[in-house]
Design a binder for this molecule. Structure first.
Ligand code: PLP
Length: 385
C-alpha cells in the first residue's frame, strides 16, 4: 500500500499514513487503546513509551492529514480550539498577530479573553482587503491568522498574496481551513506555513467526534509543536483519531456532494423573493467570485442568507424539518443555524454588525441529502416567513 510520489488526492485521503497492522495484517489501523507500552529490556522498546507522547492510531491520522494538506507533519489535538491554542504557543510575550475580523467566535474568545493576558496583542481586520492587512502589521507582528471563506459571511482572502505579505515581514501565515476543507482548498500550495482544522467538521464529517489538527511546514515549527503537544498534553484520543481516519477516506466523495448541494441551495435562495441576500462564493454576484474560482475547487457546503429581521429568521428556523437546527458544520446531515445568537453570540454586537452578522442572517451547512428534499424543506419554511 505504498503511495507513489504521484498519488492523487483521493488516493492520498484513503491510504496516506496507514499500513496494514504489522501484527495481524488488519487493513484498518486498530484503535490502540493503551496508556503505555511494555519494554523488552531497559531502554529497549519499539518506539512507543507512553501514549500521550506516541500512539499508533493518532500517528496514523497525523501522517494522513499532513499528506492531505500537502504539509510535512501533522499533530492531532483534543479539539479545534486546542489545536489553535498549540499554534499560539509559537508566539512569545510582546508579539502581535493580525487576524481575520470575521474569525470563528471561539478563536476570537481565546485570543481576546485568554491570550491577551500573556502580553500578546491582536488586531482584527478584513483580511480580504490586503491593504488593510498591510496597515495592521507592526514591527512586532509575527503571525497572520486567516480564515477563508469566513464564517458566516464568506469573505475570501487571497492566500498567495497573504503569504507573500506575511513572509516579507518575517511573520507566519496560519490558515484555519476548517470551513473549506482540503478538498476545496490547500493553503500550503499558496505558501501558508501552518494549517489548522477543527476535525469536528469536514475531516471527520459525521458529527460524532470533536478534534483538531495542525499541519506544519517549517522545521522549527514541527519541532516545537511535537514538543508542546506532549508538554501540554491536549492530544486526540485513539478512538477519535480512528473516527477521523475513517472520515478522511471519504472526504473527496463527501465534498463533491457538499459542493453540489451548497451551490444548488445558494442558487435556489438567490432567486427566492423572501431572501434579501445570499452569501456564497460560488455565485457570480459574490464580489470575489474570480478569486474563489482561482484558489478553491468547488465552493464548499457553507452558505448564509439574509432574511431582514430576527422575526423572519425565527419563523424559518422554527419551521424547517429536514434542516436540523444546530451549531457546528461539515457533517453529512444538513444543519441550519442563527449565527448572531448561536455560533457568534460571544462576539460583541457592534463587531457582529460591522461584519454583517445581523439578526436576520441564517447559515446553512449543506449536507449530502437529496437536493430536492432540501429545497422542498426550505421552500415550505420560507412560505412561513
Ligand atoms: C472555523 C473554525 N475553527 C475552529 C473551530 C473550533 O473547533 P472545535 O469546536 O473542534 O474546538 C470551529 C468550531 O466551530 C470553527 O468553525
Amino acid at each position: 500500500m505504498k503511495l507513489t510520489s504521484r498519488a492523487r488526492f483521493s488516493t492520498i485521503c484513503l491510504h496516506a499514513g496507514q499500513e496494514p497492522d504489522p501484527s495481524t495484517g488488519a487493513i484498518i489501523t486498530p484503535i490502540y487503546q493503551t496508556s503505555t507500552y511494555v519494554q523488552e529490556a531497559l531502554g529497549v522498546h519499539k518506539g512507543y513509551e507512553y501514549a500521550r507522547t506516541q500512539n499508533p492510531t493518532r500517528m496514523a491520522l497525523e501522517g494522513n492529514v499532513a499528506a492531505i494538506e500537502g504539509g510535512r507533519a501533522g499533530f492531532a489535538f483534543a479539539s479545534g480550539m486546542a489545536a489553535i491554542g498549540a499554534i499560539a504557543t509559537l508566539l512569545q510575550a510582546g508579539d502581535h498577530v493580525v487576524v481575520s475580523d470575521n474569525t470563528y467566535g471561539g478563536t476570537f474568545r481565546l485570543f481576546d479573553k485568554v491570550l491577551t493576558r500573556y502580553q500578546l496583542s491582536f488586531t482584527y481586520v478584513d483580511t480580504s482587503n490586503l491593504d488593510a492587512v498591510e496597515r495592521a502589521f507592526t514591527q512586532t507582528t509575527r503571525m497572520l491568522f486567516v480564515e477563508t471563506p469566513t464564517n458566516p459571511v464568506m469573505r475570501i482572502t487571497d492566500l498567495r498574496a497573504a503569504a507573500d505579505l506575511a513572509h516579507a515581514r518575517n511573520a507566519r501565515l496560519v490558515v484555519d481551513n476548517t470551513f473549506a476543507s482540503p478538498y476545496v482548498q490547500r493553503p500550503i500550495e499558496f505558501g501558508a506555513d501552518l494549517v489548522t482544522h477543527s476535525t469536528t467538521k469536514y475531516l471527520n464529517g459525521h458529527s460524532d467526534s470533536v478534534g483538531g489538527v495542525v499541519i506544519a511546514m517549517r522545521d522549527d515549527d514541527i519541532e516545537w509543536l511535537r514538543f508542546v503537544q506532549n508538554a501540554e498534553g491536549a492530544i486526540l484520543s485513539p478512538f477519535d483519531s480512528w473516527l477521523v481516519l475513517r472520515g478522511t477516506k471519504t472526504l473527496p466523495l463527501r465534498m463533491q456532494r457538499h459542493n453540489e448541494n451548497g451551490l444548488a441551495l445558494a442558487e435556489f435562495l438567490a432567486v427566492h423573493p423572501k431572501v434579501k441576500h445570499v452569501y456564497y462564493p460560488g455565485l457570480p454576484t459574490h464580489p470575489q467570485y474570480d478569486l474563489a474560482k482561482r484558489q478553491m475547487r468547488g465552493f464548499g457546503g457553507m452558505l448564509a442568507f439574509e432574511l431582514g429581521s430576527l422575526d423572519a429568521a425565527r419563523r424559518l428556523l422554527n419551521t424547517v424539518r429536514l434542516h436540523a437546527l444546530a451549531e457546528s458544520l461539515g457533517g453529512v446531515e444538513t444543519l441550519i443555524s442563527h449565527p448572531a445568537s448561536m455560533t457568534h453570540a460571544s462576539v460583541p454586537v457592534e463587531r457582529r454588525n460591522a461584519i454583517g452578522i445581523t439578526d436576520g442572517l441564517v447559515r446553512i451547512s449543506a449536507g449530502i441529502e437529496d437536493i430536492e428534499d432540501l429545497k422542498d424543506d426550505l421552500d415550505r419554511a420560507l412560505d412561513a416567513v
